[in-house]
Write a protein that binds this ligand. Structure first.
Ligand SMILES: N[C@@H](CCC[C@H](N)C(=O)O)C(=O)O
Length: 291
């Protein structure tokens, strides 16, 4: 597709930034992994943490499908902040008039609602807590029980960390730290991301608990590095904190790019959905020629 001219919208959700492409009005099916990475590159392309591609759904229950590419060009299953930007995009572009939109993402359907105050609430579905489905291989790892969950020890180059493995459709390894501002995110993040216990790699979350309804969070994202916010990371951290007995729903998650509100009423069932509310903003629009 070299030489093709693309129209794009640049958006962000709590500082997690996206290139959003309309794949209904433009044929983008031939873009390669290298070209996705080039578009996301901050010096050689437009620059973004992820690229969101809006398409027609392949199932009757959804109005749209959207696909997610990390800045390394790899396609992934889920993106919380991206889903809020997706709904703002389809409404701003007049692709739907509905305030609540059902969208097909990888293997699931999400329901998203634009609220009157402009924030977007997403039903992220139930967290996935079984090792095979995360996917996570715990054999050979030290294990301990805390609250209603199991923690596992990952050996890193010069120390070990206790993590909780949670999937929100994409895998997360969440740990509690004393001070998120001084946590070794840049050093430990890549080692956790590529740890052999996670066969599809993992997003590494560092959560500081402030009180039972408030945390600070940094996430070293799989395929993108540290971002200013990670929506699925916020959901996974809150699920982990509630299961470990440190948090109660709802929880305000303070990220470096803004606040997200996460609710998970797990008392009756861990199969209840995680609800995420947060901002979604358009920054600018443009055109770029694929090279
Ligand atoms: N920023 C996202 C998550 C994007 C995908 C992630 N890097 C992965 O590889 O799973 C969010 O807001 O959830």
């Amino acid at each position: 597709m070299t030489g093709t001219r693309l129209r794009f919208t640049k958006m962000h959700g709590a500082g997690n930034d996206f290139i959003v492409l309309n794949g209904i009005s433009q044929d983008l099916s031939g873009i390669t992994k290298e070209q996705w990475a080039r578009l996301a590159h901050r010096q050689l392309g437009i620059g973004a943490d992820q690229i969101l591609l809006v398409e027609k759904p392949t199932v009757a229950e959804a109005e749209f499908r959207y696909r997610i590419f990390n800045s390394d060009g790899g396609e992934v299953e889920q993106c919380g902040n991206g889903s809020r930007c997706f709904v703002r995009f389809v409404r701003e572009k007049g692709l739907t008039k509905n305030k609540t939109v059902k969208v097909q993402v990888a293997h699931t359907i999400l329901s998203l609602t634009e609220n009157d105050d402009g924030q977007v609430t997403v039903n992220m579905g139930a967290p996935i807590l079984t090792n095979e489905r995360i996917p996570f291989t715990s054999s050979g790892l030290q294990e301990k029980i805390e609250g209603k969950t199991n923690l596992y020890q990952l050996e890193l180059s010069d120390h070990a960390v206790w993590i909780n493995a949670v999937s929100m459709g994409n895998p997360h390894a969440v740990q509690i730290v004393q001070d998120v501002d001084t946590a070794p995110v840049a050093k430990d993040g890549p080692q956790i991301e590529t740890h052999l216990a996670f066969p599809k790699k993992v997003n590494a979350g560092f959560m500081q608990i402030q009180n039972r309804h408030e945390i600070k969070l940094r996430v070293f994202e799989r395929g993108s590095g540290e971002t200013l916010a990670c929506g699925t990371g916020a959901c996974a951290a809150v699920v982990s904190g509630i299961l470990r007995g440190h948090l109660d729903s709802p929880v305000t998650v303070h990220t470096r790019g803004g606040d997200l509100s996460i609710a998970w009423n797990s008392a009756s069932s861990a199969q209840n959905p995680v609800m995420m509310t947060g901002p979604a903003q358009t920054v600018f629009e443009g055109e770029i020629t694929l090279d």
